[in-house]
Structure formats: structure tokens, C-alpha cells
Design a protein around this ligand. Structure first.
Ligand code: A2P
Length: 301
């Protein structure tokens, strides 16, 4: 799939991207190399996944000109007060001069005073063993600091992840904010179609990105009878069907795999007939919504 969308910065973003959570060490490196060989031109990364070194090395070793690959990095919640420093550290680990997109991973900041090591890529806990949320800070303040990053040069665009419509409204309505997020990356698939979010994003010129399009660990949605039945008729595998469905809805889809064959097959997408497109969209209504990852703010509000 070579389709792209246009960000509110004017830059293009490939609609298909490789998800890289749990893609560490040799497997992570091989996955990114394979994806780039297979034609992927969009690699999603996150500092908290602790694999930026292998991802960056794979991008550099691929020989593909840097400006032909769209690279995303993410700000972890222990560094919300210093997004500029966090971005520099990510660039350093990736071995890249810039990323195309820098995303606030969670709209939630953690305190760092109890962190003993130099490793900030954790969920710090407080004396009650609960996540140590920094209640003196919030995502709006983080965004107000992030808005200066594109001008400074380490990233071409900025966005958010795991934001609800309320979080997005708070950012957009803030007095100190001058930039609309280019992206909101959230969980989306036929069991969580995110219709309201998609409408809101369209309205505001924000591109939605879907993580866990297959249902995350073990890809549970691939076993759904309706998914299997439709895929069989098209002579495609079930992952190709779910990825194609997401792409056809016009947002970015980020399937994760470290299996070299699946990385290639996941990029072979196709167009669904209208009735099948709609049929998949009805699954959540028929069978109930299924959320694989609870957004972090569910726990703290
Ligand atoms: P693996 O990395 O071994 O391929 P999601 O993108 O929804 O987070 O799903 C990722 C999960 O789905 C991973 O467990 C991944 O395992 C698996 N997966 C990715 N592509 C496929 C595929 N084409 N068929 C079956 N499982 C897949």
C-alpha cells in the first residue's frame, strides 16, 4: 500500500506504517529492514519500547534516502516537562537528525522524583505502589511546550496519542496553544471503530492513526467468524482484510509484526466491496465493543 494522507503541516504521511512495540534487538532490526525492503515507508516507534537504537540502525542501514521514510518517535510520560530534551535523546538513540512526527504518547505525566536509576522509560510508582501521576502538570502544558519543537528542527510535525475527544478539545481550546496536533494515534479496529473520534479529527484537520488493528497480542480478531468468512471470499488472509478495512476508512494503520513473512503479507492490501466494508463496521454493534488496551487515563480519573 503506497497511499498517503496529507498532514496539517502539508507533509505526506504513508497510510500503512509498521508498529514496533516488542520489536527489540535482532528481531526488531530484522523487522524494520524487512518492512523497508517490502515497500513500507513509515515506521512507528516509541521511546518507552526501548528499541530506538535497533530501529534507527535498520532505517540507516536500509540505504533508503532519509526523506523517503516517515519516522515517528514518542515522548514518554516521565519527560513531559522537558519534551525538547526527550526528543534530542530519542534522536540520539535513533541516530537520526530528525523525525517526521513526534507524539505525546499518553496525555498524562508521571513524577520522576522517586526514580532511582537514569532509566526514565518506566511507569514510576508511589508509596502505595500506584502509578505516580504528576498532578501539578497536564497534557495541555506539555503540548504548549511541544509546539516549539517543529521550529527547532528535531521534528517536522507534532501529534498526540491516546487522547479522548475531551483531551483534544482541552488542547485546542488552550490560550497558549497555537498548533493543532497533526495526529491522534489510538486503538482502532472493527470492534472499536472510533466513529466519533474519526468525525472529530476530520472536522479539525487531525489525521487519526490506528494501533492494534489486529487486536494486539495473539491477534485475536483474526479468529472472528465474520472476518474469516469475508477473507476467504477474497482469497486473502484475515490480517490483510482488517488492515485493508482500516486503510479504506482513510486513516493510518500500524500493524505490528516481527515475523518476516507476515510483515510482507500485511502490506498487500486491497479494496473491499461496500457491503463487506459495512459488514465489518457492524461488528462492534452486533458483538459489543472490544477494547484491548485501556487508555492510561481510565485508571487515573
Ligand atoms: P508477530 O509479531 O509474531 O507477527 P497489532 O498490530 O494489532 O498490535 O497485532 C500484533 C500481533 O499480531 C502480534 O502478536 C503479531 O505477532 C500478530 N500478527 C501480526 N501480523 C499478523 C498476521 N498477518 N497474522 C497473524 N498474526 C499477526
Amino acid at each position: 500500500c503506497t497511499a498517503t494522507a496529507t498532514l496539517n503541516t502539508g507533509s505526506k504521511i504513508p497510510l500503512l506504517g509498521l508498529g514496533t512495540w516488542r520489536s527489540t534487538k535482532d528481531k526488531g532490526y530484522a523487522a524494520v529492514r524487512k518492512a523497508l525492503d517490502a515497500g513500507y515507508r513509515h515506521i512507528d516507534s516509541a521511546a518507552v519500547c526501548m528499541n530506538e537504537q535497533v530501529i534507527g540502525k535498520a532505517i540507516r542501514d536500509s540505504g533508503i534516502p532519509r526523506n523517503e521514510v516517515f519516522v515517528t518517535a514518542k515522548l514518554w510520560s516521565t519527560q513531559h516537562r522537558q519534551p525538547g530534551k526527550a526528543l534530542e535523546q530519542s534522536l540520539d538513540r535513533l541516530g537520526l537528525d530528525y523525525v517526521d512526527l513526534y507524539i505525546m504518547h499518553w496525555p498524562l505525566a508521571f513524577k520522576t522524583d522517586r526514580l532511582s536509576s537514569k532509566n526514565y522509560m518506566v511507569i514510576p510508582t508511589n508509596a502505595e505502589k500506584k502509578p505516580d501521576v504528576d498532578t501539578d502538570w497536564n497534557h495541555v502544558k506539555t503540548w504548549e511546550l511541544m509546539q516549539y519543537l517543529p521550529k527547532r528542527g528535531g521534528t517536522k510535525a507534532i501529534g498526540v496519542s491516546n487522547c479522548s475527544i475531551r483531551h483534544l478539545k482541552e488542547i485546542l481550546d488552550s490560550q497558549g496553544n497555537k498548533i493543532v496536533p497533526a495526529i491522534n494515534q489510538i486503538e482502532a479496529h472493527p470492534f472499536l471503530p472510533q466513529d466519533d473520534m474519526l468525525d472529530f479529527c476530520h472536522d479539525k484537520g487531525i489525521i487519526m492513526e490506528a494501533y492494534s488493528p489486529l487486536g494486539s497480542d495473539g491477534a485475536p480478531f483474526l479468529k472472528e467468524p465474520v472476518v474469516r468468512e469475508i477473507a476467504k471470499r477474497y482469497h486473502v488472509d484475515t490480517a490483510q482484510l482488517l488492515i485493508s478495512w482500516g486503510l479504506q476508512r482513510g486513516y493510518v494503520v500500524l500493524p505490528k509484526s516481527t515475523n518476516l513473512e507476515r510483515i510482507v503479507s500485511n502490506s498487500q492490501t486491497f479494496e473491499l466491496a461496500k457491503e463487506d466494508f459495512i459488514r465489518l463496521h457492524e461488528l462492534a454493534q452486533e458483538r459489543g465493543t472490544k477494547r484491548v488496551h485501556s487508555p492510561p487515563w481510565f485508571f487515573f480519573e
